[in-house]
Design a protein around this ligand. Structure first.
Ligand code: PGA
Length: 258
């Protein structure tokens, strides 16, 4: 028997609607947090922002209200942050996380980490290395949540990113800035750069859970799961991860071959 068969791309978990996918992921997160609390083991979560995550965090907050868990040993690392916005800016990812998860669920703010956008604006190399080192000091990420951009980006790893890219400052792709323009009140208001975890750190997470909803994501999901494994679609570079789940609704899975 061939000991090294080419890994088959994972089949997406196609569910009836986004609420079902968010509920499944929230349940898995709740179980991970509850087991960590029971065993006195630290849990390290990798967290994402974006519209897709709103439902995941709402479901997790609801689950934690129904069945509270001691979160005092939980550490979180967010994927990315815009450069040029103070943390308290309403559109910063820190604000998003505080509003949707950390505040309502009661995560300890000092254990919730973001790449340091202020340091990154001055000393990009140092900011990237510091974040990588902090993640490593916590023993790596147990479960990483991910969305996917319509251009196949994961975090701000835009098309063309190498599979071994690490946390670093990146220019934002025009599609990414266009997608953010409405929220910022115009394209010219959207930051041009961000600091993002790299594909190397994402591939090192022990579990990856990527969610994609709606027809606008169908081409990206197809490229991720059925196209070549290539920097042209950064998400495809996660495809051979040993514990990757891709959860979609029917619309996001609609371009995949039956
Ligand atoms: P979205 O963003 O959840 O707002 O669609 C996902 C992403 O760009 O990674």
């Amino acid at each position: 028997m061939d000991e090294h068969p080419p890994a088959a791309p994972p089949a997406p978990i196609v569910v009836a609607d986004p609420a079902e996918a968010c509920g499944r992921v929230a349940e898995e997160l709740h179980t991970l947090l509850a087991e960590g609390a029971r065993d006195g083991r630290p849990v390290v979560l990798g967290l994402a922002t974006g519209g897709t995550m709103v439902g995941v965090y709402a479901a997790l907050v609801e689950r934690l209200r129904a069945e509270p868990v001691d979160l005092s040993r939980v550490t979180t690392f967010n994927l990315d942050e815009f450069l040029g916005l103070p943390a308290e800016h309403p559109l910063s990812f820190w604000s998003f996380m505080t509003q949707h998860l950390f505040g309502p669920a009661g995560f300890a703010p000092e254990r919730c980490h973001f790449p340091d956008a202020e340091l990154a604006a001055q000393q990009p190399g140092l900011a990237g290395e510091a974040y990588q080192a902090l993640i490593a000091r916590h023993g790596g990420i147990d479960l990483q949540l991910l969305g996917i951009g319509r251009n196949g980006h994961v975090a701000f790893n835009e098309p063309g990113t190498s599979a071994v890219a690490v946390t670093r400052v990146v220019p934002l792709h025009e599609h990414t800035r266009e997608d953010a323009a409405a929220a910022f009140g115009g394209l010219e208001q959207v930051p041009t750069h961000a600091i993002t975890m790299g594909l190397l750190e994402l591939r090192a997470a022990r579990r990856l859970r990527l969610l994609a909803f709606g027809a606008g994501k169908a081409a990206a999901v197809r490229a991720m799961l059925s196209g070549p494994v290539s920097p042209a679609c950064p998400a495809s570079l996660l495809r051979n991860h040993a514990d990757l789940q891709v959860l979609t609704d029917g619309a996001a899975a609609s371009a995949l071959d039956a």
